[in-house]
Design a protein around this ligand. Structure first.
Ligand SMILES: Cc1cc2nc3c(=O)[nH]c(=O)nc-3n(C[C@H](O)[C@H](O)[C@H](O)COP(=O)(O)OP(=O)(O)OC[C@H]3O[C@@H](n4cnc5c(N)ncnc54)[C@H](O)[C@@H]3O)c2cc1C
Length: 426
């Protein structure tokens, strides 16, 4: 008896969705042979899926965003598929593409070598601020948030670096918790408790959205007592002491510097690709893949390796894009595996096309927000209704975990297979 494993690294938005897709639409179509069983193995450092989208509010207040709403155990969401689904709490440390195995260090410190018939890389990214990344388990991140909230209580100056959605949302939440909700018509708080400053490297906030929306975001931030500095980057930041509550010196690209009780670095992301061969990565350290098929095509990668989610070179990032990308990558995985296992002709590729319409929804505090959907600007009340109330948790968190979006596989038209389809090796 042998087992063919589809191994998925990373158990967050992309990895969990891919696992459901494979269990529902790939395994049932693989050739049934008595001596072969198929299995999906998901590797993730935490046993809990974390609703990262709510991090701006969760970071600042347990009362407003309790962690019971943002963490969900992964394994129970797959009971329908046992024993074809296996969860390993651990971290991938090395890929041996020649031997088609991945080395994993489990949460208990054990070393495992997991063989794969197909490998899906969904290890996402880490943020410079620990507030927005789950690196190990739930308890560790809860501690980070608790310590941050303690520090906020006495903060008089807060600097946030980064004018993208994470910076803007966090600035809104921080300013509101410190300075309170403004009156209905107020353009700024009467007696702000803290000076909150958002440092934006660009000439406008929210680079994916039209300038007018960025300007509205600035007005909404001002109402909460947050000022925006444009065309300025954070060059570096350093703590001015070892003790708890020590201030941070923030050096700016214009030569000036600021001292802050709290500095939050929201200036971008770092792909979690340190365990992969350098030659598989693009110039920004993301997994370089074919932008249509999402296969990793570097010759040293061997056959049947795919990149999905924010770790991949093909995407602008974001959760919504995964609804397009995951069926594509997992269908190509299925057809590559079928051709490999049966020796029959390849059934053709499925191609990814990004939705590049203006699309981003950004709450600013608990009352206001800006955004656009499918190219249309959204009024503030709609942003509140869609996302500002609870950062999409009641609408999407449990459904994402259950893979509701991938219950059905939408129709698609095969494109003649080109490039590396995974017929070779293994
Ligand atoms: C504060 C914040 C708010 C956001 N809000 C929105 C939003 O409103 N809408 C939106 O579309 N997007 C939003 N995003 C972006 C969104 O979070 C990402 O698009 C999404 O997290 C990407 O999912 P992913 O599964 O590709 O990667 P990640 O969510 O980064 O998950 C990667 C997983 O892989 C694990 N991992 C890492 N290394 C290894 C390894 N070596 N072995 C095994 N596992 C590993 C990680 O622990 C993690 O569980 C937000 C991001 C942040 C930071």
């Amino acid at each position: 008896m042998s087992t063919e494993t589809i191994l998925i690294l990373g158990g967050s938005f992309a990895g969990i969705s891919a696992a459901h897709f494979v269990l529902k639409h790939v395994l049932p179509q693989l050739p049934k042979k008595e001596e072969v069983t198929y299995n999906v193995t998901l590797v993730n450092p935490s046993k809990d899926f974390w609703w990262r989208v709510a991090a701006p509010r969760e970071s600042v207040s347990k009362q407003m965003m309790p962690s019971d709403k943002t963490f969900y155990p992964i394994e129970p969401a797959f009971t329908y598929a046992f024993p074809k689904f296996k969860f390993v709490q651990g971290t991938a440390t090395h890929v041996d593409s020649a031997g088609q195995t991945v080395s994993v260090e489990t949460a208990s410190g054990e070393q495992q070598s997991i063989p794969y018939a197909a490998l899906v890389i969904a290890t996402g990214f880490t943020t410079p601020s620990p507030l927005f990344t789950q690196t190990t388990d739930r308890e560790a991140l809860e501690k980070v948030h608790t310590a941050f909230q303690e520090g906020l209580k006495s903060a008089k100056t807060v600097v946030i670096g980064g004018g993208g959605p994470v910076g803007v949302e966090t600035a809104g939440e921080v300013a509101e918790i410190l300075n309170g909700r403004p009156g209905f018509m107020a353009s700024a708080p009467k007696n702000p408790k803290a000076k909150v400053t958002l440092i934006c490297g660009d000439k406008k906030l929210l680079p994916l959205l039209r300038p007018a929306i960025g300007q509205t975001a600035e007005q909404f931030l001002k109402r909460l007592g947050c000022d925006v500095t444009y065309n300025t980057r954070v060059a570096s930041s350093s703590k001015l002491g070892e003790e708890e509550g020590a201030k941070t010196k923030v050096e700016l690209s214009n030569g000036e510097s600021m001292e802050a009780d709290i500095y939050i670095d929201a200036t971008g992301t770092r792909p979690n690709t340190g365990f992969l061969p350098k030659e598989w990565l693009d110039s920004r350290n993301r997994v370089a893949c074919n932008e249509k098929t999402l296969r990793v095509e570097h010759e040293s990668a061997g056959a049947r390796i795919y990149a999905i989610g924010d770790v991949g070179s093909y995407t602008q990032g974001g959760v919504m894009d995964q609804a397009i990308a995951i069926p594509v990558a997992m269908t190509n995985l299925k057809n590559d595996l079928l051709a490999h296992l049966t020796g029959e002709p390849h059934k053709g590729d499925r191609h990814y096309t990004a939705n590049l319409k203006e699309q981003q929804v950004c709450p600013i505090g608990t009352q206001k927000g800006v955004g656009a959907f499918n190219g249309f600007r959204l009024p503030s009340q709609m942003v509140w209704a869609i996302k500002g109330r609870d950062y999409l948790i009641s609408q999407l968190a449990e459904g994402t975990l259950r893979g509701d979006q991938f219950k059905k596989d939408p129709k698609w038209t095969p494109v003649q297979q080109t490039g590396k389809a995974g017929l070779s090796s293994g």
